[in-house]
Ligand binder design. Structure first.
Ligand code: UDP
Length: 472
């Protein structure tokens, strides 16, 4: 819209593919649909190469991606330091770097947007008289929990995981103790304190942007608008501006897989992938391989080497995509599935795959980017959450959105359960209704982003507010 054409916005992205992607996608959206000039400051670390070196993220001509000098937090972390703590430490150390970068800009951007790990950087906006926004590239239910946590922190005694009743967030779907997000697993861990601070700081922003839309997050949105108790805690507008997802990136290396998919019937292939950071223990890989084989369904599986450690082990160590012999798969597996299965080592062009008409299901870890990429392509989900807020996402997708089925959770999900889930999704009646629902949501997501749609309107509202605060 012409009113926002002179605006300039700075976005800070925290390390991690799952954080850089939504920041760049938001920047591209602001540029392409609202004429906003955008700079994305990418926080980088000494420890791992910047994600932008490994991912080819197309940028709109109004968007500039700037790597901040790397931060070094190695002296502050040990083997047990959790991902959320690491991210918060990295962002804290990047504060002076981001502040200098903003100070050097002339004219200065009218608004600063940080993701939820970067809330301490909002003080930079205050320093330079900029509007301050938090972009939570996830759903409204997760945002509501984060914002309400400072209250739960006062109300709930003992560990959340030991509660016998679900945690109440006024007006919202309650959160079951077994579904709480990682930083709530242990209240004595530093990441819990970081997470409580995050909730408090988010409430002091000028607004919170969420990568979801009215139809998908209807229940939480009603609570955010109407529930007085919740509103008295949250205090700041929560705006649903999604679904914002990456476009398909043309990639020459994918030809073999794409031509294999071209030869498969429509909606006949299940795509199996656990995001940028997910890895499975050996025992689970074995069961998954057997489950896929026994299901007799076609599949594309992004296979990673097993971990002995944490399921988020790959989070800061994005693979280089080199081939390696999958010695950790069951004996003879490759031969037995050669006509129905396609294995991709470590990293796949996920959006390109999900867009292909042959794909009919996604066995996913339910990271929010993956979730949206699935929904916006009308692909129903088998929810296999691993870490972060993924258990909440899985519950939301299965119980509120109606687009996912969830295998019975167990330390190791057995082959029979996997076989049953894959068959149900691809061939069963339940699968059919999930597919219908996800296609409706695909359409409503499209509508939300059009001029006059709910998400487009919300973004216009934010930009008008930024423009008017700039004029003051
Ligand atoms: N991704 C990809 N290829 C892979 C794994 C992941 O392109 O093999 C992309 C995926 O499409 C998504 C992002 O990486 O955009 C992962 O983000 P998500 O929020 O799903 O999960 P996270 O990686 O943060 O756990």
């Amino acid at each position: 819209t012409s009113s926002s054409c002179n605006l300039h916005v700075a976005i800070v992205s925290s390390p991690g593919v799952g954080h850089l992607i939504p920041a760049v996608v938001l920047g591209n959206r602001l540029a392409a649909h609202h004429g906003v000039r955008v700079v994305v400051f990418q926080v980088t670390t000494e420890a791992s190469p910047p994600e932008s070196k490994l991912l080819k993220l197309p940028l709109h001509q109004l968007v500039e991606l700037v790597e901040l000098p790397p931060v070094d937090i190695s002296h502050l972390v040990g083997p047990t330091t959790q991902v959320v703590t690491q991210l918060c430490l990295m962002l804290r150390h990047a504060r002076p770097l981001a502040s200098s970068a903003v100070a050097a800009m002339d004219p200065r951007p009218a608004a600063l947007v940080v993701d939820h790990f970067g809330t301490e950087l909002l003080s930079i906006a205050a320093e330079f008289g900029m509007a301050k926004y938090v972009y939570v590239p996830s759903n409204a239910w997760f945002a509501a929990l984060t914002l309400y946590l400072p209250v739960l922190d006062q109300q709930v005694e003992g560990q959340y995981v030991d509660q016998t009743e679900p945690l109440e967030i006024p007006g919202c779907k309650p959160v079951r103790p077994e579904d709480v997000v990682d930083p709530m697993l242990d209240r004595n861990d530093q990441q819990y304190d970081e997470y409580v601070k995050m909730g408090l700081a988010m409430a002091s922003s000028d607004g919170i942007l969420i990568n979801s839309w009215e139809d998908l997050d209807h229940k939480t949105l009603q609570a955010l608008r109407k529930n007085e108790t919740l509103k008295s805690v949250i205090k700041t507008p929560v705006l649903l501006v999604g679904p914002l997802t990456r476009p398909v990136e043309p990639d020459g290396q994918n030809i073999k897989l794409m031509s294999w998919l071209d030869r498969q019937p429509n909606e006949s292939v299940v795509f199996v992938s656990f995001g940028s950071g997910g890895v499975l223990p050996q025992a689970q890989i074995t069961e998954l391989a057997w489950g896929l084989e026994l299901s007799q369904q076609r599949f594309v599986w992004v296979v990673r080497r097993p971990t002995d450690g944490r399921v988020d082990d790959a989070f800061f160590a994005l693979s280089d995509g080199t081939d390696e012999a999958p010695t950790f798969l069951p004996n003879g597996f490759m031969g037995r599935v050669q006509n129905v299965g396609f294995l991709v080592p470590k990293w796949a062009q996920q959006v390109q795959i999900l867009t292909h008409p042959a794909i009919g299901g996604f066995l996913s870890h339910c990271g929010w980017n993956s979730t949206l990429e699935s929904i916006t392509n009308g692909v129903p989900i088998i929810a296999w959450p691993l870490y972060a807020e993924q258990k909440m996402n899985a519950t939301f997708l299965a119980e509120e959105a109606g687009v996912a089925l969830r295998p019975r959770a167990a330390p190791v999900v057995g082959r029979a359960e996997i076989e049953r889930s894959v068959r149900t999704l691809m061939e069963g009646e339940d699968g059919k209704s999930l597919r219908e629902k996800v296609k409706q949501l695909k359409m409503s997501g499209n509508e939300a982003l059009k001029v006059g749609g709910s998400s487009h309107n919300s973004m216009c509202e934010v930009l008008a507010k930024i423009a008017s605060s700039k004029g003051q």
